[in-house]
Design a protein around this ligand. Structure first.
Ligand code: MF3
Ligand code: CO
Ligand code: CO
Length: 274
């Protein structure tokens, strides 16, 4: 009863107009707000630990402990979509040239000048909240700081396009234009995604596209916007661990992510700390 599936009834043919996308009820949105706040607060908590000398494993372990205290679980642990081995940790930690899905490791120690994306996805009461930020360790180069700031701005500009009747292409176009204007590349392989009871579901949200094109947004749609920008080319490759993605040219990569809901009038960022 929770999930409304929209079908147009003004023709003889029962025509699906939502391409199988689940629209969340207000009761479900309440749960998404709760887990969204847990995700946001977890990320803020982990931020306080970021300094040279800390290992990515310590960040993972603290995330596990913190999440447990709030009665939540971490979706990444054991997550095994098609063609991937089970993810072995509770958060993703992606340092410097790592594009996304970096695996926390006790031998990986943060050092002055690094940038690190931490991506968290707690589950509470069956619902997922997915958010990430890229943090500075000490004082990275001016170029690294610019990459991080532009990536954050790209995410916010994409989110700002979201309202009923807008198109998925409006989001991607806003992101790709701002990235290009600042001399950075968008990683096209990695997409935003529908989220709710499932970690990843439809719709797909590319971080590039054409204004006015693509799926029409409707109130109740919930998805992530999570652009990844590279300092060099947008090309990536995967490590043998089956998860870690890195830049092909080994230059820096940054990412920011929020989980958002389309409202009757615009957009609500569910993973913005309140
Ligand atoms: N949180 C990531 C995303 O934004 C997905 C991580 S999957 C994992 O979609 F298994 F690597 F954790
Ligand atoms: Co995501
Ligand atoms: Co994420």
């Amino acid at each position: 009863m929770d999930n409304i599936n929209l079908f147009s009834t003004n023709t003889n043919l029962l025509k699906p107009v939502n391409r199988g996308i689940t629209l969340l009820s207000s009761r479900e949105l309440t749960k998404m707000r709760r887990v969204g706040q847990i995700a946001a607060n977890l990320l803020n908590h982990l931020e306080t630990m970021i300094k040279p000398g800390v290992s990515t494993q310590e960040l993972n372990d603290e995330a596990e402990c913190w999440t447990k205290a709030y009665g939540a679980k971490n979706a990444p642990l054991g997550y095994a979509p098609l063609n991937h081995p089970p993810f072995p940790r509770s958060i993703c930690t992606s340092v410097n040239e790592v594009v996304c899905h970096g695996i926390p490791n006790p031998r990986q120690i943060l050092k002055d000048g690094d940038i690190i994306n931490i991506d968290v996805t707690p589950i509470l009461d069956g619902y997922h909240g997915d958010t990430s930020k890229t943090f500075l360790v000490g004082s990275p180069s001016h170029k690294a700081q610019k990459l991080v700031e532009v990536t954050r701005e790209c995410m916010l500009r994409g989110i700002a396009k979201i309202k009923p009747g807008a198109r998925v292409g409006d989001i991607g176009a806003a992101i790709a234009e701002y990235a290009k204007a600042n001399g950075f590349s968008v990683v096209k392989e990695m997409l935003g995604h529908g989220i709710g009871r499932q970690f990843h579901c439809r719709p797909e949200i590319p971080h590039y596209g054409q204004r006015g094109k693509g799926l029409k947004l409707r109130p109740g749609m919930v998805f992530t916007v999570e652009p990844i920008l590279n300092e060099g080319t947008g090309n990536i490759k995967f490590l043998a661990d089956g998860w870690t993605a890195i830049t092909k040219d080994k230059k820096l990569s940054a990412q920011f992510e929020h989980t958002v809901a389309v409202t009757n009038t615009g957009v609500e960022i569910l993973t913005l700390p309140r």
